[in-house]
Each structure stands twice: as C-alpha cells, then as structure tokens.
Design a protein around this ligand. Structure first.
Ligand SMILES: [Zn+2]
Ligand SMILES: [Zn+2]
Length: 377
C-alpha cells in the first residue's frame, strides 16, 4: 500500500505553519480517536496515519528531511526512533486522552547527576546545610543547542540523508541499525560552528547548590535535589542531582544504627566502688552516668538514653549512647597508692611481690625458675 503524502493526510498546505499543523492534527485526532470510534477498526488506522504524519511535520528537522527526500528518506529513521503515540498525544492534548492508556510524559528530561557527599558524624547527627559545587551540561546559550554559529543553520547529513541512522553489516544476512557515523545520529552536520561551544551545542557549566542535609542521615542515604542535574534538549526539564551520603568515621563515637557506642576510662577504685562519672556526648554536652559497683572492664556498658543518633524520619526520636567502661590499671603509683595496693593484695590472701630487684635480679629469677608468684584467681 503506497503511503499518502503527509500534507494530504493532515489536509494542510506545504507552506503550513507549525500552528496550522497542530490545529489540523488536533481536529483529525479528535475525529478518529479510537476511544470515540469504538468498534470501528478503520478509525484506528486513520488515527495512526494522521499521528504519523503529524509526528513528522511538527518536527522542523524531520519535516525538512521529508520535504527533500520524501517517505524513503524517513524510512530508515523509523528503525532508530519509533513513533511514540502517547508522547505526541500528551503534548497536543495535555494528557486529556492519556487517561487509561498511559501516563502523559514530558519530553525526555536531562540526565541525573550522581555524586558523593561526605559529612561528619556530628553533621549527620545535627543536620547541616552544605554548599556543593556541581558541573552540569547545559545547552549552549550562544546557539540554543544547535551547535551552529548564530545566523546559520546545521545542514542535513549527506551520509545518512538526514535520518541519523545507518545500517551496518555483520557479514552474510546479518545487519543492524546504528547511529550514523557521519553525524553521530543527529541527522545534521554543523558546517559553520558556534564559537561559544565549538559546534557541540552543549557547554559544561558549574554552579553552587545549597543542600540541606537532614539530621539522622547515614551512609548510602540518597538526597535528591530536583532540577539540578544536566539540561535536557531545549525545552525539556533538567535532570536531578542525586547525592549519596557518606558519613566519615569519628575518632571516639561509633555508630550502630540509631545508637552510638564509645569507650570510657574509669579508675580501678571507681570500677570497684561505683559512683557517678561525667561522660562527653557527640554534640559536646556532658551527661552524668552511674558506674555500678564492681564494674568490669569492657563488659560493663552504661546506657545513656537519648544521646544517640536521631531518626531520619522523625528527628525527635533518638537512639542511646552506649558507654563501654575500660578499667585502667594505674601504671605509676605514688608511695601512698602503693601502700594501699599492697594492703589490698594482702586482703586477697596473696603474697605481695618482692620489692623490685632490677633487671639483673629478675633475669636470674627467671633462669633459676625461682620467679616471684604472680596473682592468680
Ligand atoms: Zn553554541
Ligand atoms: Zn548522518
């Protein structure tokens, strides 16, 4: 079946403006829309025909190709970019016909940018406003993204006759469609490049963005800043900026879900007798906690409620601070302390070690096997 001329299908002149093309399509699509012609299979055929014609004539580039090369020139392009009815309908009717068929979709928006955002544990606990510098691709303001020097226009690519596609052979009967290597799939080539972007149509732009980091973030939490990614084709929305949080390790506090864990040194006497100690928290506050009598090194853990990390969804809810006690054995004793420890040792029923002999004496003991007894339980 021979294809009808697209202008004929839409019933417009070859000189029709964009507005006239839109108007004609809106009228015909209404008339032939399958939802309005239930049970009439021919309506769907006519509807597809007008939509295909419109898809070409509304696009200045493809219309140019069609004017020059007709249906044959466009035939190859179909392999690379099929007609998306839903997209066209939503553009023309603003989604009026999209209900029930598919969601209306805006023109393809720009790519998202993903980056890593490093924050301190304290910043993760309190929340912070950070300013990040982001490089994104934008359409060149000088040429509006075409790459052609202002006042000039890109010319249709000769290699692909403006379709942007070409067929590559794998030998034998196998072949596949790929982007034209003459124009990179754009269908046009820039003969007179825009000086601002050197004919690329895109420029790299840097901008500073304030990013609120909410309290409670953890490593791998994603923060989305809408509309701060790469620019899409002219007229399309920008992509998003996606920041993946990475929380730095803290020297003192370790995170375990909503709780924080830290170690805290206590003296021998405090561990044995118990009593209050002042513990520093992540935010710099000092809280008092009670060491139980007979606290054991590394195994006694104090729980300080509400001094852990806030919940990301509800920052008023906070985890606890878990304090692992580390009992420190005194390394250098004053005379008075030594006397007291000796008395303690006597009470244990253990012979206190002999007064220090010096290195030579100790070695001798070791060799003769006459070492002083060590404390044992
Ligand atoms: Zn430019
Ligand atoms: Zn080409």
């Amino acid at each position: 079946m021979a294809k009808r001329d697209y202008y004929e299908v839409l019933g417009v002149a070859r000189t029709a403006t964009e507005v006239e093309v839109n108007k004609a399509y809106r009228r015909l699509a209404m008339q032939h829309h399958p939802d309005r012609n239930v049970g009439d299979p021919e309506a769907e055929v006519r509807f597809k025909e007008v939509t295909e014609a419109y898809e070409v004539l509304k696009d200045a580039q493809r219309r140019q190709v069609y004017d020059r090369y007709g249906h044959d020139g466009l035939a190859q392009a179909a392999a690379g970019g099929g007609v998306d009815l839903g997209d066209i309908l939503s553009q023309v009717f603003g989604g009026a016909f999209a209900g029930g068929r598919r969601r209306p979709r805006a023109p393809r928006r720009g790519e998202d940018i993903e980056d890593i955002l490093d924050v301190d544990l304290l910043e993760a606990a309190t929340g912070v406003k950070r300013t990040v510098s982001v490089r994104y691709e934008a359409n060149c303001r000088g040429c509006g993204g075409t790459g052609a020097k202002p006042g000039t226009h890109p010319a249709p690519c000769r290699r692909c006759k403006g379709t942007g596609g070409e067929t590559a052979s794998l030998g034998g009967m196998f072949s596949f469609a790929q982007a034209c290597r003459g124009c990179g799939g754009r269908g046009v080539v820039v003969t007179d490049p825009c000086p601002a972007c050197r004919g690329v149509g895109r420029v790299e732009t840097r901008e500073s963005i304030d990013v609120p980091v909410p309290p409670g973030v953890d490593t791998r939490v994603r923060l989305t800043v809408p509309g701060r990614g790469h620019e899409g084709p002219p007229g399309a929305a920008r992509g998003d900026l996606e920041l993946v949080v990475r929380v730095r390790e803290h020297k003192v506090f370790e995170r375990d879900g909503h709780n924080l864990i830290c170690q805290f040194p206590v003296s021998f006497a405090r561990a044995a007798l118990g009593g209050p100690v002042e513990i520093p928290t992540l935010t710099g506050q000092k809280v008092t906690a009670e060491v139980p009598r007979g606290a054991q090194t590394h195994t006694t853990v104090l729980r300080v409620p509400g001094h852990g990390m806030p919940d990301l969804d509800d920052p008023r809810r906070k985890g606890d601070l878990l304090v692992q006690l580390v009992v420190e054995t005194p390394a250098a004793l004053s005379a008075e302390q030594e006397e007291l420890f000796r008395r303690l040792a006597e009470l244990d029923g253990v012979t206190p070690p002999a007064p220090r002999k010096g290195l030579f004496g100790k070695l001798k003991d070791l060799i003769s096997g006459d070492a002083p007894p060590t404390e044992q339980r």
